[in-house]
Design a binder for this molecule. Structure first.
Ligand SMILES: [Zn+2]
Length: 247
């Protein structure tokens, strides 16, 4: 949210109830406005996902007015130790701030109707789930004993998913990555998100015996996905990008 410097919140705001944590298929909700400043709106609960973990923010409408950006503010840093799984440090209990395309005509206490752009979010969910198979497959192919490939960053949009890995990744083995990912995608299997005991802001994404800590939104089954085409691009000296798009 690059317009955020103009957003000065001088009082602490409570954490927003994030409905997508319970059910990512909720498209719409009536919520109560608890803060307004210029184009920025905070409500008690929301269906809007704010960019994190590589997954892009939702867009949509509040009372028919366009939401152009969504961001998290505040919260507390939490480090979770879980045996056998590396869980990145996350900021929990954040307040979600929605930015409208224009100044918000709401006042505190107003009930507003919030609705996300569902076709876009659904593709974000599909690509986020597919990205976990791509990530798993890349590790399967390229990790060596004591020398695992290291993720520099990832990005999930409604048009594709990509990971940037440190170092060079052998392009000749891309068909193997693609096959492992697509074999998993093509086998009907349920995908679950189990909440971490300490916070609902961290979930464990599980499909079969693959478990990945994640705070994003996902589809319920591999049957909602499609096979992916994997492409490798060199990004400078020390970075290799693997991207996946549905075929
Ligand atoms: Zn994820």
């Amino acid at each position: 949210m690059d317009a955020s410097p103009s957003l000065m919140i001088d009082k602490p705001l409570p954490p927003t109830e994030k409905l997508f944590n319970e059910d990512p298929y909720i498209k719409q909700v009536e919520a109560t406005v608890i803060f307004v400043q210029g184009p920025y709106v905070v409500t008690d609960k929301t269906v809007f996902y704010a960019e994190s973990g590589g997954q892009a923010s939702d867009t949509g409408m509040i009372n028919g007015l366009k939401v152009v950006d969504v961001a998290k503010r505040g919260g507390n840093r939490l480090v979770v130790k879980k045996e056998g799984i590396e869980v990145p440090a996350v900021t929990i209990d954040t307040t979600i701030v929605h930015m409208l395309a224009e100044d918000a005509p709401f006042k505190i206490g107003d009930k507003v109707n919030m609705e996300i752009d569902w076709p876009r979010r659904y593709n974000l969910m599909r690509y986020h789930s597919a990205s976990h198979f791509l990530y798993y497959a890349a590790h399967k192919v390229y990790d060596k004993e004591g020398d695992e490939i290291f993720t520099k960053g990832c990005s999930i949009s409604d048009e594709g998913a990509r990971f940037d890995f440190f170092g060079d990744i052998d392009g000749a083995r891309i068909p193997e990555v693609e096959k492992i990912a697509n074999d998993l995608i093509s086998a009907p299997a349920i995908i679950t998100m189990e909440a971490e005991a300490l916070t609902k802001d961290i979930h464990y994404w599980r499909c079969g015996n693959i478990v990945i800590p994640c705070g994003g939104t996902h589809v319920r089954s591999t049957e909602e996905l499609a096979p992916i085409k994997v492409k490798r691009t060199k990004k400078g000296q020390n970075t290799t990008r693997l991207s996946g798009v549905f075929i």
